[in-house]
Design a protein around this ligand. Structure first.
Ligand code: ADP
Length: 238
């Protein structure tokens, strides 16, 4: 029958309303999306256009008000809280603008917090080497630069071998050179581990390294482009 590989995420009429009555905020107004597995996807759009809301629903951190979102063949919108927690634990890594590392733990110990409870974890040293911190494993966050701390956060997120890595403004607090190093790591996570990587960013130049670029405006998708040629993070100017 020639069944295609299922998309990693599909949404239909995905709607999110925060609050009720005159105070209601329509964060997502019926989003239809198909995202193939194994891509780097960059989401661009003005502040408040719904990008983080979409990421949080696909990542199982928030629930839609209406519509449907599926992960492979699982309906995220119909899952129990328990199933959603299991989905997050087994399949999802998150990287945020601020690194949220435990200050009293070393880089290695921050990553171990995740590997100790993961089903199929990577070797902690391998995760830290992949982000270029093989020599800094025993440093504390305060002894590292912002870019290095973000790379520890990425090591922590990938150490559970997630199917998808969600990044919300991962370079938002970094200068361009350090930001580029972080994008390099995200590119490697996609190329070497095969994880789907979804990045919300204000840095529009990041779009050049993506397989797919989704433009948001006012809670809806305005356009989706695929890049025939992608740039390496080294070639990105911003
Ligand atoms: P973006 O990521 O594109 O900046 P968001 O998804 O964060 O946009 O926000 C979309 C809209 O939803 C904004 O108007 C924002 O203020 C609102 N919003 C987001 N989270 C909440 C929340 N927890 N409660 C109320 N409103 C929210």
């Amino acid at each position: 029958m020639g069944q295609d590989i299922p998309d990693i995420f599909t949404t239909r009429g995905l709607t999110k309303v925060y609050g009720t009555g005159p105070a209601a905020v329509h964060a997502l107004r019926g989003v239809d999306l198909d995202i193939p597995r194994g891509e780097i996807v960059v989401l661009l759009g003005p502040s408040g256009s719904g990008k983080s809301t979409l990421l949080n629903i696909l990542g199982g951190l928030d629930r839609a008000t209406a519509g449907r979102a599926t992960f492979l063949d699982q309906d995220l919108t119909a899952m129990s809280d328990r199933a959603l927690t299991r989905y997050r634990r087994d399949h999802v890594g998150f990287v945020f603008q601020f690194y949220n590392l435990m200050p009293s733990l070393t880089a290695r110990e921050n990553v171990e917090l995740v590997t100790e409870i993961a089903e199929d974890p990577m070797d902690v040293g391998a995760a830290l080497r992949l982000v270029g911190l093989g020599e800094r494993m025993d440093h504390f966050p305060a002894q590292m630069s912002g870019g290095e701390q973000q790379r520890v956060a990425i090591a922590r997120a990938i150490a559970k071998t997630p199917t998808v890595l969600f990044c919300d403004e991962p370079t938002g607090a970094l200068d361009s050179q350090t930001g580029r190093a972080v994008l390099h790591v995200l590119n490697d996570v996609n190329a070497k581990l095969g994880a789907t990587v979804m990045i919300v960013t204000h840095a529009a130049a990041t779009a050049a390294m993506a397989h797919r670029v989704i433009h948001f405006a006012d809670g809806a998708i305005r356009s989706v482009e695929t890049n025939a040629t992608r740039l390496s993070p080294d070639q990105i100017e911003w």
